[in-house]
Design a protein around this ligand. Structure first.
Ligand code: TYD
Length: 137
């Protein structure tokens, strides 16, 4: 099964333009506790390089584009985000990297938990070890 899970949002368009509504536990598969956004990216800078113990996220590219690398410790997949009408759903225990940001890229991230540095796994070898040690992940 692919690591890349997109949620297609319903676009409520009319003669005035388009509108998308995001609601926790409706079209977003968790309670939204936090929203953050990434912008003013510096050329060729890569971000991410971590996984999370518990956090689930939906990432929407509101403007421009960027590339996500998703890795479950066994397989690694790349996907370009460039649509306002789709969210990339990243579950817990998935290693993510972000790269190839276009200068105008704006990424909005909806998160299932408040910010908690203790939830981060920032070392790839530790991530793989935790994955292998866990019978359920
Ligand atoms: P980080 O998650 O490492 O960024 P990325 O995954 O995009 O590379 O976060 C960068 C910094 O911002 C780090 O010092 C933690 C801080 N931060 C918060 O304080 N709150 C937040 O909600 C997030 C996502 C990050």
């Amino acid at each position: 099964m692919s690591l890349v899970k997109f949620i297609d949002f319903k676009v409520m368009g009319d003669h005035r333009g388009n509108l998308i509504s995001l609601e926790g536990n409706k079209n977003i598969p968790f309670d939204i506790k936090r929203v953050y956004y990434i912008f003013d990216n510096i050329a060729d800078v890569e971000r991410g390089f971590h996984a999370h113990h518990n956090l689930k996220q939906v990432v929407i590219c509101m403007h421009g584009e960027c590339t996500f690398v998703l890795d479950n410790g066994i397989t690694r997949e790349e996907v370009v985000l460039n649509s306002k009408t789709q969210g990339l759903y990243i579950e817990d225990f998935i290693w993510r990297e972000m790269k190839a940001f276009s200068p105008e890229a704006v990424l909005m991230v909806l998160a299932s938990e408040h910010y908690d540095e203790n939830d981060y796994i920032r070392n790839y070898e530790e991530f793989k070890r935790l994955k292998n040690d866990s019978s359920i992940k």
